[in-house]
Write a protein that binds this ligand. Structure first.
Ligand code: NDP
Length: 491
């Protein structure tokens, strides 16, 4: 047990999915323990809010430097609990630290008190706006990017002046504990970031706990709906970051080498277990053959266990196999791998062409190293198909001339043009989806505001000669106001 964990009754093990070895043993925190953590966090939240933007920036800067110093140690825990290659884990840490830096440096500018125009009718008022912290934010995270994903909420919530209680996935509790411990060393004795560990029930308890001002959830759409339902009881606001079925569109004038590289990296890295990973490719007919040949060559050159690891959650292998089988049964053609590629947790790369759009390989999140490549007559049809799922998280477009124009036609939260997943690494860009992919935003200015309540203040500077919001109001006064309205707004 560590300084950031409370005592608990039962325990569970986190395992290395590559070997099955036990990485760590953690408490299963029950409802009472979660309540106690939130109560402690309330005190820390007050202290933290009182520090102000500059004070918090200093502490978060210290934390950032500490994370850089122990980057490799943390990456080892990430690699052990997820099974991903060490360098992928390090990359995750690098991007996370950059976000933490941005959030800490920009919180004052984005959230601090600012004057706004009071308008002609209310010219006697001084109007100002500021964004106050919410108090205690509950963060529930997934296992696939166990640092980057929850830190999209944690770093921004902290920079905005909140304390956080974090429930990591049951598959990656050690990562959560290591993260919280690294901050605890800097804010000794202040439970600013606490971790509660356990299964879904521990997360559910966090949603029900009084004193939680907001829940930031990242995970599957099915669990997101349960979280929202649990939060409804107390009207606890929620931020919901769920899965996706992200498309990649290849236009006739695209750089095909770069597009193929992006498709294979976007689809296969982290064994395809990326919410914003490429799952569907729509390539325009006249370049389809050349593009597909490049994708096949690159995918065939990958070795599972080297370029990417096993399925972190063993049951996911069955989902991948079912999607491949469905794609093939409906007429798709496997050009790399096949259904037998998904026999063990170490799923081999699979590329299937010409998959009907009603196949589960097109309609449902696969979360494995399966790439569907479908030809389309033109970009209009690519856009139509890209927009035809309930999900709407990210997308990728390869086009020399009209990348941004195509991007604007896509129904999703984020688009990379002529590269893949790049929006996630740009701290000033908001991250989040629409439809079944959820709502609300982490990252960027929107991500900071997400963890605040806007407060509007109107201060009267002088009384107007005509009082219209008073029982002393006269008909002459009203006539004058209406006359002014006709002159000002009636034209
Ligand atoms: P899950 O939905 O299974 O779990 C997410 C978190 O919710 C875990 O911590 C889980 O705990 C917890 N949980 C489970 N049941 C409940 C409940 N009833 N109440 C509260 N919390 C609960 O998702 P995964 O961990 O499997 O993550 C993969 C999914 O996450 C994919 O769909 C992926 O696309 C999505 N994702 C989305 C991202 C985005 O930013 N949009 C980023 C990364 C992933 P436990 O693990 O202990 O069951």
């Amino acid at each position: 047990m560590t300084a950031t964990q409370a005592p608990a009754q039962a325990t569970f093990d986190s395992l290395d999915p590559r070997t099955g070895e036990v990485v760590g043993t953690h408490p299963v925190h029950d409802e009472a323990t979660v309540h106690a953590a939130v109560a402690r966090a309330s005190d820390a939240a007050q202290w933290w809010a009182d520090l102000g933007f500059e004070g918090r920036r200093g502490v978060l800067g210290e934390w950032r430097r500490a994370l850089v110093r122990r980057l490799d140690d943390l990456a080892r825990v990430v690699a052990a609990e997820t099974g991903k290659p060490f360098d992928d884990a390090r990359l995750e840490l690098v991007l996370t630290i950059d976000h933490l830096d941005w959030a800490a440096k920009h919180a004052g500018r984005v959230l601090g008190t600012r004057k706004v125009s009071s308008g002609l009718l209310m010219a006697n008022q001084a109007a100002s706006l500021h964004y106050a912290p919410l108090g205690v934010v509950g963060v529930i995270g997934p296992w696939n990017y166990p640092v980057f994903t929850p830190m999209g909420s944690i770093a921004y919530a902290l920079a905005a002046g909140n304390a956080v209680v974090f429930k990591p996935s049951e598959l990656t509790p050690g990562v959560g504990v290591a993260l919280a411990d690294s901050l605890a060393e800097i804010v000794a004795g202040r439970p600013l970031l606490q971790v509660v560990t356990g299964f879904g029930e521990t997360g559910a308890a966090l949603c029900r706990t009084p004193g939680v001002a907001k829940i930031a959830f990242t995970g599957s759409t099915a669990t997101g709906k349960r979280v929202m339902a649990a939060c409804a009881d107390r009207l606890t606001p929620v931020l919901i970051e769920c899965g996706g079925k992200d498309p990649l569109i290849v236009d006739s004038d695209a750089d095909l080498d770069a597009a193929a590289d992006a498709a294979v990296w976007g689809g296969m890295s982290n064994a395809g277990q990326t919410c914003i990973g490429v799952e569907r490719v729509y390539v325009v007919d006249d370049v389809a053959e050349a593009f597909t040949a490049k994708v096949v060559a690159k995918a065939q050159a990958l070795t599972v266990g080297t370029e990417f690891g096993p399925m972190t959650m063993p049951a996911q292998t069955d989902v991948v196999r079912r999607h491949v089988e469905d794609a093939l049964a409906k007429g798709g053609r496997a050009v790399v791998g096949g259904a037998s590629s998904a026999d063990t947790a170490f799923v081999e790369p699979v590329v299937v062409l010409d998959v009907p759009e009603d196949s589960t390989a097109v309609t449902e999140e696969t979360f494995g190293p399966l790439l569907v490549v479908n030809r389309v007559p033109d970009v209009d049809e690519a856009v139509r198909r890209a927009n035809a799922t309930g999900y709407g998280l990210g997308a990728t477009v390869f086009s020399a001339a009209r990348g941004e124009e195509i991007a604007h036609r896509l129904r999703c939260g984020m688009v990379s043009v002529n590269s893949v997943i790049s929006f996630a690494g740009i701290p000033s860009l908001p991250f989040g989806g629409v439809g079944d992919s959820g709502f609300g935003r982490i990252h960027g200015e929107d991500g900071l505001r997400e963890f605040t309540r806007p407060q509007a203040v109107a201060r009267q500077r002088f009384a107007l000669p005509i009082a219209v919001t008073s029982f002393e109001r006269t008909s002459t006064g009203m006539k004058a106001l209406l006359g002014l309205m006709r002159v000002l707004r009636g034209r």
